[in-house]
Design a protein around this ligand. Sequence first.
Ligand SMILES: C[S@@+](CC[C@H](N)C(=O)[O-])C[C@H]1O[C@@H](n2cnc3c(N)ncnc32)[C@H](O)[C@@H]1O
Length: 279
Amino acid sequence: MQTSRLFDALPDAFHGDPHTGDPVDPRWHDIAEHVSGFTSPNELAVLNLAAAVLPADEAYLEVGTFKGRSLVAAVQDNADKTFYAMENFVEFGMAGQEAHAELKDNLKRFAGETDVHLLEGDAFTLMAKPGLIDRPVGVYFYDGEHTLLSHYLALAVVEPLLADEALVLVDDATWPVVQRAHRLFLKRHPGWRIEATWDAERADDPRWANGLHALVFRRVPGRRRGMSRTDEALRGYQTTVQDRVNKVAWAAAHRFPGPVKKAASVLLSRSRAIGGDDH
Ligand SMILES: C[S@@+](CC[C@H](N)C(=O)[O-])C[C@H]1O[C@@H](n2cnc3c(N)ncnc32)[C@H](O)[C@@H]1O
């Protein structure tokens, strides 16, 4: 997609500077109020605009849907677009059935007839399955697990799926761990740049939650489409060893009181302090 269309359209979507102003459309505050979740109204405005400027022959892909807040916002007035959403129902000790039912209900209430393909499972496994997404991904929103490796892989695994020009939006990007992953990734992968950063002034900032960064990918002509052997090995580690550690840690964090819960929480909350040092 022509990614400049998003940045050209932004001034009309916000009262003043998006960093400090509210979205013009009140729906994003309403959705944040009525659909449980973590994304903030300003983020929802950007996601919706990204979907609006996406051409119909490309897909919108979201990783980390939870109960559907970000997805519900993206689909508004965009029923002519194709949406894919990946969710493994692991985090927050979600009782799978309960979260799943709430997501389905929110999609029914707020997404209407929009073409939403909900893909359940681990995104790093799903994204590597050939043919799962029927068209190039023009907009990708990553709001899944937040470790250094997962944020690195969030870009590495999606790259082969992206359109020759694509917009990549990453949530919680004010966290040092996310920015470090982006630095590591961009150093090793040509064609990427960080185009805009809407940072949070504090944790769970009412406008930008924990920050949203917009990256633009332009495929380098002649470059092979596919992951490097190193990235493939990292993906292998994430989808076998790390995935199991995460499941056990999230379950422990929510089931056990005292020291086990504390240890699990430490393991799961690496480098998230806004203004903290992760370098
Ligand atoms: C912060 S929540 C997403 C919030 C949501 N976008 C919103 O607007 O409220 C992160 C979600 O990512 C999911 N997740 C984490 N790692 C994942 C993975 N590897 N594959 C699929 N989903 C994952 C978690 O289960 C959790 O529901």
